[in-house]
Every structure is written in structure tokens, then in C-alpha cells.
Design a protein around this ligand. Structure first.
Ligand code: MN
Length: 138
């Protein structure tokens, strides 16, 4: 058995071209063939969010702490709370991040496709879109 120790893996800063605001990434697992599973614990400072992006076979987001936001292009912004699981469909432009005034931490899980392709990144989410009021939680 291999155990990847926390002490051997420093927290990484989210790439500037992929995020707005301060974002921190703790790797859980990177793809290790034959598994395609990739999981990262992502911490967003208040107001921080991903750029628009898409995952070839979708993504699962499990919300751990704080209050977050997620939006599929063409749909309302949704608020996320601890214990929520958001299912991002394949090849669908979307973004996710923290609420404007709250920290947010989620576990992001995804896989590459048969061609080995991973996340496709696009433009950043501007303040007007990010600032839209989220849909009320039922
Ligand atoms: Mn995503």
C-alpha cells in the first residue's frame, strides 16, 4: 500500500490564468493509470472563483465548508453549502467558487476522457456575472 503523506505535499496556489482571487489547492490524487480519478481539495477566499471551464466527462463537487457559488452557462447562479454535491455535466461551460463574503472549500473530482483530455479553460468570470444573486435554495 502506498500512503501519500500530507507532510510530503505542500498546498499549491491556483494558477493565475485559471482563477480570480486567492485559491489554494491540496491534491488528493492525480490520475494514476489505470485509474482516471483526479481529486483536489480547493479552498477559495471570499470572492474567489474559477474561470469559465468545462470537463470532458463532467465533474463532481462535494462542498466541505463555507458558502459557495456555482453556475452552468445559461442557468441561474446556485448557492452551495456544506454537504451539498454538485454534478457538472460533460462538456458544459461553468464556474465555481466562494460567495462574495465567505470562505469556501470543496472537493473537486473528475476524470479525463478516452483521449486523455482533461479540463478546457476559457475566459475569467467578470464581476457582473459573479455578482448575480443566486437562486433561492429550496
Ligand atoms: Mn469545474
Amino acid at each position: 500500500m502506498e500512503i501519500k503523506r500530507a507532510t510530503a505535499r505542500a498546498t499549491k496556489v491556483g494558477a493565475e490564468e485559471c482563477f480570480t482571487g486567492q485559491v489554494w489547492q491540496d491534491e488528493v490524487i492525480a490520475e494514476t493509470p489505470p485509474s482516471r480519478m483526479r481529486a483536489t481539495n480547493v479552498s477559495f477566499s471570499p470572492g474567489a472563483r474559477t474561470a469559465w471551464h468545462a470537463h470532458p466527462v463532467g465533474q463532481t463537487l462535494y462542498c466541505i465548508s463555507g458558502i459557495g457559488r456555482v453556475q452552468l452557462e445559461g442557468e441561474r447562479v446556485q448557492e452551495l453549502h456544506p454537504g451539498d454535491t454538485a454534478l457538472i455535466p460533460p462538456n458544459t461551460r461553468h464556474w465555481h467558487g466562494a460567495a462574495p463574503d465567505r470562505l469556501f472549500v470543496h472537493l473537486a473530482m473528475s476524470e479525463c476522457n478516452d483521449q486523455g483530455e482533461g479540463t478546457a479553460w476559457f475566459e475569467k468570470v467578470d464581476d457582473e456575472i459573479y455578482g448575480e444573486a443566486p437562486e433561492a435554495v429550496a
